[in-house]
Design a binder for this molecule. Structure first.
Ligand code: PRX
Length: 672
């Protein structure tokens, strides 16, 4: 790799950012990257030296087998070391770094009237109290605790309390149904569930305790439910619209099993000695969807995850002591685990923790929060950007966004139009956009720009992070050099990679290591361009093969989204007699636009012009909305089935709004 000089338009890092950046230019990136691969032992040792180890490691920084033909897959980091995650992200700052008074979180409620400030010292005391409550409930090292909470401080307290006592947290996003919660509790066999009475998401009141009770009842249908105690945060009653509205919520109660958070915490001591864990002791399980439909319990462990989330946070957001960082993800997803809780806290950062939604009580809420807390680093998802783009520039102009220095995206490929808008309108042209590619499984960023070092190309996650060695394979497992497109795989582990699928080493190995022995297979397609930039083209299972030509859904979608009438697009394949597969495109139009034959022709031309005649869509369907998971991901499986007119849709429990599917089916025949 050399410093990119490209025919494509490059967005270079601004000078003022480079001046005091951790990695100030591309050559420095290359140099550190080279060292991280040539001598990973020295590289990761230096990172580990920042942290507290009760006992030093006796084994190497990384030990592994990535080759299934040579035996079981394993990854171990710092064998023999003893430490505690919670101690490293809290006590270390309070006791050794004098950061007790520093704000850890600005909590902003669903309603702008509700907000709290939590310092590192306060966070430590509350976490210790919660840890003592969990212990009193019988939770011991290695036990699983399921957490079904909205974006409130108690969510952070509980996860860190688990980490403190060596319990394994399993957070279930609080938008999931009772079935999904039940499935995850049963798989983890948790002994305690922590939830809340209820929460407002925008205008909508959600009775979390009722959903939790339904889930526990379902768990108990076949065998006794593993959960014997349920801790309930009085959130709705205390911290929502207040007054009489809380009467609207009936909180079901089991006197033997349930306990109010406030009562339990009231007489709980503020001191709690951390449990000193082995480096490879589990930290958490997080469920992610799998191709078979049954969610996989991705398991992350202690030392490696600490090193990796901490280092990626520091470099990818170029963290400095006076930053105010805001990641809009929910802690129920990996982005929240790594880049709201562990990564930022490991760095002693100040973050915003936001409970609400981007458009409540008004469409400028995100921008209002940036102004209110003087946010310097902002991390969100392309889907949020596209949604906010629909309202144009006006809502942003009412707020002062001049504190912003770095913008980030995660979760899906960002189409160039959304990238440009983010860069120009939100970042006012002066903030680099770090497009971070990673997965629940990778624990942290694996392909990403570094904001002061990497010249950007809109839509590219650019280059690997330190210690990460990507390569691209073809269908036969042959490595492709230079400009190429194929399967994105990694040749060796980094400390933060998952260790196994909970209770299913077999599924771990078959999902990620069997297809191409010697490599971790991401399941994503990827292109390397002539300058060495990596471009994620979407999941391999979303690859389309039209007349023998491989293309990605993402590139067709990007082409459609560039049409001024289109707000969002999703493309799937459907069988075609001559071509094998052809494209069926779902397009959501901007507010005032009309779907008609003329527009259909324009869109087909747009794709043809952008990619080539081979990509010309056969069908374009109006989609007033797209079926999405609660985290905002488009469910292409469902779209594929609609396009193919397959009415047996299987499990739709992860859909945010199931009605969308009916509407799309009813309008299917109008696809032109
Ligand atoms: O397809 C990739 C996409 O999201 C997948 C991982 O999803 P999940 O485990 O839910 O984690 C999401 C948050 C890390 C990947 O396999 N993805 C994630 N980030 C990007 C992305 N696709 C393109 N560009 C990204 N920056």
């Amino acid at each position: 790799m050399v410093v990119p000089e490209s025919k494509d338009k490059l967005f270079h890092p601004p000078d003022d950012l480079q001046r005091d950046a951790h990695v100030p230019d591309f050559n420095s990136y290359l140099e550190i990257y080279r060292k991280s691969l040539e001598d990973p032992e020295a590289f990761w040792k230096e990172v580990a030296d920042e942290f507290y180890w009760k006992k030093p490691a006796t084994g190497p920084m990384l030990q592994y087998n990535f080759d299934i033909t040579k035996g079981n897959i394993y990854i171990k980091c710092m064998e023999g070391a003893k430490t505690n995650m919670c101690y490293n992200v809290l006590d270390r700052h309070v006791k050794d770094r004098n950061l007790g008074e520093k704000v850890a979180f600005h909590w902003e409620g669903n309603s702008p009237e509700h907000h709290l400030t939590i310092t590192y010292q306060q966070l430590l005391s509350r976490v210790c109290r919660c840890a003592n409550v969990l212990k009193k409930m019988g939770v011991k090292k290695g036990d699983r605790v399921s957490i079904y909470l909205p974006m409130i401080p108690e969510l952070i307290y509980t996860m860190l309390a688990c980490a403190r006592i060596g319990a394994v947290h399993s957070i279930v996003f609080a938008g999931f149904s009772s079935e999904s919660l039940c499935e995850r509790i049963m798989d983890a066999q948790s002994s305690v569930l922590v939830t809340a009475d209820g929460v407002y998401r925008g205008e909508k009141l959600i009775n979390l305790k009722q959903i939790s009770d339904d889930a526990l009842e379902k768990c108990g249908e076949k065998a006794p439910c593993s959960v014997t105690k349920c801790l309930v945060v009085n959130h709705h009653a205390v911290r929502t619209k207040g007054g009489t509205s809380c009467n609207k919520l009936q909180t079901p109660w089991d006197m033997k099993r349930d306990m109010w958070w406030d009562e339990a915490m009231a007489d709980s001591p503020e001191e709690c000695e951390p449990e000193w864990l082995d480096a490879e002791d589990p930290l958490f399980i997080l469920y992610t969807s799998g191709s078979t439909g049954k969610p996989k319990g991705v398991l992350h462990t202690t030392a490696g995850y600490l090193l990796y989330t901490s280092l990626t946070f520091k470099y990818v957001f170029d963290h400095h002591h006076d930053d105010v960082y805001w990641c809009t993800a929910d802690v129920g997803w990996i982005t929240g685990h790594s880049y709201i809780t562990y990564g930022p806290l490991a760095n002693g950062a100040t973050s915003v923790l936001f409970e609400g939604v981007p458009v409540y009580p008004h469409i400028g809420r995100f921008w209002e929060i940036i102004e209110k807390y003087r946010v310097t680093k902002f991390y969100t998802a392309p889907t949020a950007i596209r949604m906010l783009m629909k309202y144009g520039q006006e809502p942003l102009q009412k707020f002062d966004l001049s504190t912003l220095r770095i913008l980030g995206t995660v979760g899906e490929p960002i189409n160039p139009e959304a990238w440009q808008w983010y860069h120009e309108v939100v970042g006012q042209g002066r903030c680099p956009v770090v497009d971070t590619f990673w997965q629940t499984e990778t624990g942290g960023h694996v392909l990403t720009p570094l904001p002061a070092a990497t010249p950007l190309k809109p839509g590219s996650a650019t280059f690997p992070f330190f210690g990460v060695e990507p390569t691209i394979l073809n269908e036969h497992g042959e490595e492709l050099e230079g400009e190429a497109e194929g399967y994105l795989v990694f040749r060796r582990p980094w400390p933060g990679i998952m260790r196994t699928v909970y209770k299913s080493q077999e599924r771990f190995e078959s999902t990620y290591f069997r297809k191409f022995p010697g490599f971790y297979v991401t399941g994503d397609g990827c292109r390397r361009d002539k300058d060495g930039y990596y471009w994620i083209t979407g999941r391999i299972d979303d690859m389309l093969n039209v007349s023998g030509h491989l293309m990605s859904t993402a590139e067709v979608e990007a082409a459609l989204a560039q049409h001024p009438a289109v707000s969002e697009a999703a493309v799937v394949s459907r069988p075609h007699k001559v071509k094998g597969e052809c494209l069926h495109c779902f397009v959501t139009l901007k507010d005032t636009k009309e779907f008609n034959q003329k527009l259909v022709e324009e869109l087909k031309k747009q794709v043809r012009d952008r990619i080539g005649p081979i990509a010309t869509p056969d069908f374009i369907q109006n989609a007033p909305a797209l079926p999405k998971t609660r985290s905002g991901k488009i469910m292409r499986r469902v779209l594929r089935q609609i396009a193919r007119n397959e009415t047996d849709l299987g499990d739709l429990s992860t859909l945010a709004d199931p009605k969308v599917v009916e509407v799309l089916f009813s309008q299917r025949s109008e696809a032109a």
